[in-house]
Design a protein around this ligand. Structure first.
Ligand code: NAD
Ligand code: MG
Length: 407
């Protein structure tokens, strides 16, 4: 077991996949508060050489990986120039090596999007304690992913604030991948993002920066847009079904604009158990790092009097079609969630690049799903083929929409 006998050993090794991103930086912030408990073994980034170099200076990992292999030599030269003896690797192989590094017992999976699937699975197969932020990996390949968790006796701990909250509110002894006893529903809270009150007709004119200006959370740009469309919540519904062994009918979304209740578990006896806290990802990160113990995260204590009130409402299906698309993909099963995820990644990237308007995001996803019937997700190759096919189709649809709006 990856978790046996912690107290008898020194600091535990940790690898951070996606170290330069929003979750990666928050993870290192918590880790740095506890040098007695954690030692950074490997760090990875996509293209941000300066960001990874600064982290190597501070944490002195044994391995640093640039996912963009072309940047590895630049990092290696810079490290050598400063006399830092961190080994550098590059490309997909480097990510896999970091994920399975023998000296790291914990792996933070915080690469964004489908790019995180292979390294996250590698960490699972190496039997690590996997702190899962990369929800896209689970959405794409949930059945295979959870099988691998069981087969390799990996410990999977949710970082997504909602799923971490649900995990904290689950019956004692519950482990992700099993089905809990006595649970009627899981209630995922959603802020509604920056466009919760924007007139629906005005959504065609919103800009990427407006979409990324989340009212409560400071996050990477892709997940910020996902929050604005509520595809983020749709992906989280699918994520919850896999993590908590529940059908989608038992996973319900509630709008809660203050983002103070991070999610709830509704039990058959009428009890509803919630986890509350300030909206700061260092709380779920610290929870998963130390679980089942508790450590300081640097997060301010929650002041409920300042918060004042907690509001709830049902999500508006006209404003947020992505939520419906995600439930439909879950119901269709097989490769449908992988198709949904891939089409979403392409549509969000096109929106961020100014090639697609905001309502075009659900439009492209819906048209992609309509064009590509799902098949049984019986192997990773099948899932990756669906991912590729949906990306191609979604790119074509983006171009077709651009042509239409230009003419
Ligand atoms: P981000 O964009 O800030 O960071 C992404 C990280 O992944 C960076 O280190 C980047 O270098 C790396 N990366 C990007 N593309 C890559 C590629 N092709 N290959 C290898 N590495 C690549 O994203 P984030 O907001 O930190 O989100 C990371 C993950 O955590 C996402 O799956 C997101 O859904 C999830 N998550 C984030 C938050 C949050 O508050 N930011 C909350 C819940 C879940
Ligand atoms: Mg979340």
């Amino acid at each position: 077991m990856a978790d046996a006998g912690r107290a008898s050993r020194g600091p535990r090794g940790i690898t951070v996949l996606g170290a330069t991103g929003s979750i990666g930086v928050s993870t290192l912030d918590v880790v740095a508060r506890h040098p007695d408990r954690y030692r950074v073994r490997a760090l990875t980034a996509h293209r941000d050489v300066e960001g990874l170099l600064a982290q190597c200076r501070r944490f002195r990992p044994e391995l640093a990986v640039m996912a963009d292999a072309g940047q590895a030599a630049t990092l290696a030269d810079a490290l050598a120039g400063e006399g830092i003896d961190t080994r550098v690797a590059g490309g997909p192989e480097g990510l896999l090596e970091a994920a399975a590094l023998p000296d790291a017992e914990l792996v933070m999976a915080a690469i964004v999007g489908a790019a995180g699937l292979a390294p996250t699975l590698a960490a699972v197969r190496a039997g690590k304690r996997v702190l899962l932020a990369n929800k896209e990996a689970l959405v794409m390949s949930g059945a295979l992913f959870m099988d691998e968790v069981r087969r390799h006796d990996a410990v999977l701990l949710p970082i997504d604030s909602e799923h971490n909250a649900v995990f904290q509110a689950m019956p004692a002894g519950f482990r992700p991948g099993r089905t809990p006893e006595g649970v009627r529903r899981v209630l995922l809270t959603a802020s509604g993002g920056p466009f919760r009150d924007t007139p629906v007709e005005a959504l065609a004119r919103v800009t990427p920066d407006e979409a990324c200006a989340h009212p409560n959370w400071d996050m990477g740009r892709k997940i910020s847009v996902d929050s604005a469309t509520m595809m983020n919540k749709g992906l989280e519904v699918i994520e919850a079904c896999w993590l908590f062994g529940l059908p989608a009918e038992q996973v319900q979304v509630v709008l809660h604009p203050q983002s103070v209740i991070h999610s709830m578990v509704d039990y058959v006896d009428g009890s509803v158990v919630a986890q509350l806290g300030n909206p700061d990802m260092r709380t779920p990160i610290a929870h998963a790092l130390a679980w089942p113990e508790r450590i300081d995260s640097g997060v301010q204590p929650l002041d409920l009097v300042t918060v004042g009130r907690l509001d709830f409402e049902a999500p508006d299906p006209v404003r947020f079609p992505c939520l419906r698309l995600a439930y439909e993909a879950w119901a269709a099963g097989g490769t449908a969630p992988a198709l949904l995820n891939a089409a979403n990644e392409v549509a969000v990237a096109a929106f961020l690049d100014g090639m697609l308007d905001f309502p075009g995001i659900p439009g492209v996803i819906e048209d992609t799903l309509a064009a590509l019937p799902p098949v049984t997700a019986d192997s990773l190759d099948t899932v990756l083929a669906a991912d590729r096919e949906a990306r191609e189709r979604a790119r074509d649809l983006v171009v077709a929409r651009q042509r239409r709006s230009a003419s």
